[in-house]
Design a protein around this ligand. Structure first.
Ligand SMILES: [Fe+2]
Length: 260
């Protein structure tokens, strides 16, 4: 059994770890503060999804712990490189796993297997492709972290766009402008887009829309609809025939999966 309260212990540890990045006045860099609150909201999303799925006991405890710790790597990443771009620094999922292995207090031997599952969910939370072989005990954790993370990023991006400060979150994109042709072709044929082809906010939103095909659990689709994320995107994306077809397929998929 995982020791009772692993999730509570993880929250305490993470809070102390983040404190180590505060300046002498106790202030955290605003971009690290974004990641601190993101981690808490991702945990809360996981809690809602888990409740929709009827998870309890050890599975629930591990799901919440993995969600809470998923972005641990962001803190050493920003501290060392001053950026959240993995390409210009290090993969933050890998860095999170490494940091937890080095700094998180040892878990008892009986919990070691579940702890490994949590570390795997942290490492894989940001990977475009998942490995074919993931153990049945780790798979639900990997999935709930990826869904919970995406749901909060949908929310974050929308808030930043509505408040006209998207460049605080995504400094490298143009807030206005149409789609990049390569990206439109990519999403139309592969149902997913790569960041290399993202130049404008419209491009970024298209890539975000493609994440919908990656969501795993019916309660995640339910939350997405309840928050009006997809209808908001549909409203603000510039109309273009190829893209309209893609948007329709995303909406259809979300509707089907919610009732699956
Ligand atoms: Fe992340």
């Amino acid at each position: 059994m995982v020791r009772v309260g692993l999730h509570v212990a993880a929250e305490k540890w993470l809070s102390g770890y983040i404190d180590s990045f505060r300046d002498e006045k106790g202030a955290l860099h605003p971009l690290m503060e974004v990641k601190r609150t993101h981690g808490l909201r991702v945990r809360d999303n996981a809690s809602m999804i888990a409740s929709g799925l009827g998870w309890s006991g050890e599975l629930l405890e591990c799901g919440l712990t993995a969600a809470l710790l998923h972005d641990t790597g962001r803190f050493p990443q920003f501290s060392r490189w001053g950026t959240y771009y993995d390409g210009a620094s290090q993969d933050h999922g890998d860095l999170g796993e490494k940091t937890l292995r080095e700094l998180f207090p040892a878990v008892d031997a009986a919990s070691a297997g579940r702890w490994e599952d949590i570390l795997l969910a942290v490492r894989l939370h940001n990977k475009k492709e998942l490995p074919k072989e993931i153990s049945p005990s780790a798979l639900p954790l990997v999935r709930i972290v990826r869904d919970s993370d995406k749901l909060d990023v949908f929310r974050l991006v929308r808030t930043h766009v509505e408040e006209n400060r998207i460049n605080d979150l995504l400094p490298r994109i143009a807030p206005a402008g149409g789609y990049s042709e390569a990206l439109v072709r990519e999403v139309a044929s592969e149902r997913r887009g790569s960041y290399n082809n993202v130049h404008s906010l419209s491009d970024f939103l298209l890539v975000q829309l493609s994440w919908v095909f990656d969501l795993n659990f019916a309660p995640s689709f339910h939350m997405l609809r309840k928050e009006g994320v997809l209808s908001w995107m549909e409203r603000i994306l510039p109309p273009e025939e190829t893209v309209n077809g893609f948007i329709r397929s995303v909406l259809r998929h979300a509707e089907l999966m919610e009732s699956a």
